[in-house]
Design a protein around this ligand. Structure first.
Ligand SMILES: NC(=O)c1ccc[n+]([C@@H]2O[C@H](COP(=O)([O-])OP(=O)(O)OC[C@H]3O[C@@H](n4cnc5c(N)ncnc54)[C@H](OP(=O)(O)O)[C@@H]3O)[C@@H](O)[C@H]2O)c1
Length: 281
């Protein structure tokens, strides 16, 4: 117990906390805010998804990790288990129906239900203009980025509504608000997620399921390398980005944990930018 208390965030701010615990050894550690709840996070073996999975597990949730490649799943599960976190994992390409079914089955088999779904996986197979996108590119972007969150949620719905106070977080992009000229069809898919958030929030409110949206700005991951390694882009970007730094995956994770927590119990249909500055009114 002593170790758990020493790790609690508030203990770091109170130099005398260790002494306090030793003197009152019957004092119990505060329950972590997501304790015993179950989270499914897609695209969670690297970048923003991995940071979200780690944070939800640090806050007490059992987390099901997933992505397309078995070796990435194995590596992420081993890393988080090595940190003492409660995670399991399975392969899930979110664009494949059989993989979505396996993801749901894995969560139910391990934890008996699901409280939170974070739809983080996305693709951008084309850097170029909207009208330069082939039908194949359109189908891939819309299928993975927009359709798959809805299809996965429809599978999970009966299990989530049974739990009470469930939450969904979709992951859009600042390019939904401020389209980037090189990211044509991707921009549009991310704008569609803002609409999906609001429609699902409306439809699922009577079932006690909240639906919100994380809107990351430029975050330092493999996915954004093509942008943040580009000096011309970075100079332009800094004009709109008032905090003058690139974001880190962990900058996004705290918001998702908050949106899943009881502290956000009256928030649904909302989109929140984690972008160093918000272009919204
Ligand atoms: N980084 C940014 O600046 C930024 C800005 C705005 C929005 N976003 C959004 O944030 C989310 C995460 O981006 P990121 O930057 O963290 O990306 P990342 O570092 O490239 O990580 C992507 C993760 O998703 C998995 N993945 C990729 N395609 C998948 C698929 N079809 N099905 C399931 N898993 C898949 C990858 O693992 P596998 O290879 O094993 O599948 C990996 O775990 C995306 O929705 C992206 O649009 C990112």
């Amino acid at each position: 117990m002593l170790r758990a208390v020493a790790r609690a965030p508030w203990s770091l701010c109170r130099p005398s906390a260790g002494l306090f615990v030793r003197m009152h050894s019957s004092v119990r550690a505060p329950k972590r805010i997501l304790a015993d709840r179950v989270a499914v996070v897609t695209g969670s073996t690297a970048g923003i998804g991995l940071a979200i999975a780690r944070r939800l597990a640090q806050d007490g949730a059992h987390v099901v990790i997933s992505s397309r490649k078995q070796q990435n799943v194995d590596r992420a599960v081993a890393a988080l288990q090595g940190e003492g976190l409660s995670v399991t994992g399975t392969v899930c390409h979110v664009g494949k129906a059989e993989d979505r079914e396996r993801l749901v089955a894995t969560a139910l088999e391990h934890w008996g239900g699901v409280d939170f779904l974070v739809c983080n996986a996305a693709v951008n197979p084309l850097v170029g203009s909207t009208l330069g996108a082939s039908e194949q590119v359109w189908d891939k972007i819309l299928s993975v980025n927009v359709k798959s969150p809805a299809l996965l949620l429809s599978l999970l719905l009966p299990h989530m509504e049974r739990r009470g106070s469930a939450a969904v977080v979709l992951v859009s992009s600042i390019s939904a608000y401020m389209p980037h000229v090189e990211l044509g069809a991707y921009n549009i898919s991310k704008t569609a997620l803002l609409g999906l958030t609001r429609t699902l929030a409306l439809e699922l409110a009577p079932r006690d399921i909240r639906v919100n949206c994380l809107v990351p700005g430029l975050i330092e991951t493999d996915f954004s390398k093509v942008l943040h390694k580009n000096k011309a882009f970075w100079n332009l970007f800094k004009e709109n980005q008032k905090l003058q730094r690139i974001g880190q995956p962990e900058d996004c994770a705290g918001l998702v944990a908050f949106l899943c927590s009881p502290d956000a119990s009256y928030i649904t249909g909302e989109s929140i930018a984690v972008a160093g500055f918000s272009p919204r009114l």
